[in-house]
Design a protein. Structure first.
Length: 202
């Protein structure tokens, strides 16, 4: 069912931010609010000049550009350039899937999410910048792809539920990787302290 992966990932992240995230984190309420807003807006669409837009896509894109503009100008420029490469990768994948679908050997949602996930983590290490690059790159790619296909008289809905399925899979993968790195770093520090205490007692 289209959209089921998006809803599962969004609810999972909302439950995590609401009940399991550190209460001292001031961003916890903000994250929970954004996730609930995403669920509410996911079914809303707007049509203009026979082009169907997802309201959620436009809202997320505006929020992503807003947060990018608040970064240091060097980091902001790097995110924009990285988003451009992510956009090109997204468009290339979608066009190749249309022109020669036989090479898509696993479900498209998972393959697209995997490609974007690998590309974004290679472009930046910071989780916030990774999310911004994924959001801007994939959503701008979706918009540009729509106009490319429209020039060939092909109708394409901007921000369909399969798009958000792959988008949320990529985001969930990046967040999971970030928490895994933090957990391993804490364990490494804990083991180091234990080893240090053991050497003192010898």
């Amino acid at each position: 069912m289209e959209g089921s992966i998006f809803l599962f990932c969004t609810w999972f992240l909302w439950i995590f931010t609401t009940f399991f995230m550190d209460k001292r984190n001031q961003k916890r309420t903000e994250y929970s609010m954004y996730l609930l807003l995403a669920i509410i807006l996911s079914e809303l669409n707007w049509e203009w000049q026979h082009v169907r837009f997802s309201i959620l896509l436009l809202v997320v894109l505006v929020i992503s550009f807003f947060y990018t503009s608040r970064l240091h100008w060097k980091k902001s420029m790097y995110c924009i350039v990285s988003s451009f490469f992510a956009m090109l990768a997204y468009i290339t994948y979608e066009l190749m899937a249309i022109i020669d679908p036989i090479w898509v050997f696993i479900p498209g949602v998972w393959l697209k999410a995997s490609i974007l996930f690998i590309l974004v983590i290679l472009l930046h290490r910071n989780i916030v910048c990774q999310i911004l690059i994924l959001s801007i790159g994939s959503m701008m790619g979706e918009i540009v792809l729509s106009f490319i296909l429209r020039s060939y008289q092909m109708n394409y809905s901007i921000g369909s539920m399969p798009f958000f399925d792959s988008f949320m899979l990529g985001m969930l993968g990046m967040i999971s990787l970030s928490y895994l790195k933090k957990t391993l770093a804490r364990w490494e520090q804990y083991v180091f302290m234990l080893e240090k205490e053991r050497q003192k007692n010898l």
